[in-house]
Design a protein around this ligand. Sequence first.
Ligand code: SF4
Length: 289
Amino acid sequence: MNASNANTELMPKEVYLCAICNISSGSCSEDCKFCTQSAKYHVDIEIYKQKDLQLILEEANLAIKNQALGFCLVSSGRGLDERTLKFVCEASNLIKKHHPDLNMIACNGIATKEQLRILKDSGIRSYNHNLESSQNYYEKICSTHSWSERFETCEAVQEVGLDLCCGGIWGMGESNDDRESLLDSIVSLDPVSVAMNFYHPNSALPLEKNIDIDEALLWIRKTREALPKSMVMVAGGREITFKERVADIFKSGANSIVIGNYLTTSGDEPNRDLLMLEELGLKVAKSCG
Ligand code: SF4
């Protein structure tokens, strides 16, 4: 079936908006081939160790203005070290002081249960950690850490009682079997939300994009069908992958999007996204439930 001809049975009633904030950018020692923040590929991006806390708060204010329910503090790097952990906690505490109802999410790589508990005590409700690809394909796109370490962090997130947001990146040169395997692994974790990213090519990175619009819509539908209760969030690569057919992601079962900019690339104007939702008759969710 052509995914664009899918009926509207999977269309959500409301859409959850999430904004992301890159609190430290670039200079990562890992060699993930899909990532502009790896120092190995010398991508021309903005590099900083820690974003100013006031600026992070301003981005949280903007997220709320754009009707985002979730705000994600993302740091570059393999995982949490003491300095990053302290900084994420500071940022979370500051934002919670101003916006107690904002759903705080952290995305800081490989983490231990102890570190995750500390995040939870600082107001973090969810942790985003993506498996990125199938277990088999992962060693072809990263040699500096393992897929198993990623999976173990996801399990640790659930063990400490944080909501798990777990997904991956589609279109990095993987096969359909890899996509099936990735989805099976995500399903085995039964995450509260699934982050579906679609590879954003960059001439400095060694990967070619291998997914078209219909395939991408198909994988959204498969994910929705496999995880009927999870939030299915279309994140990075939405605009460049779906172009003028971006509304079809909702007919395929997505019920969440990232609003505003991504980590190192720009997103659509938030007002444009809000208008699109209005035109589709989709309400912006007012509560995470
Ligand atoms: S560990 Fe994270 S920040 Fe570093 S290269 Fe990999 S994906 Fe990018």
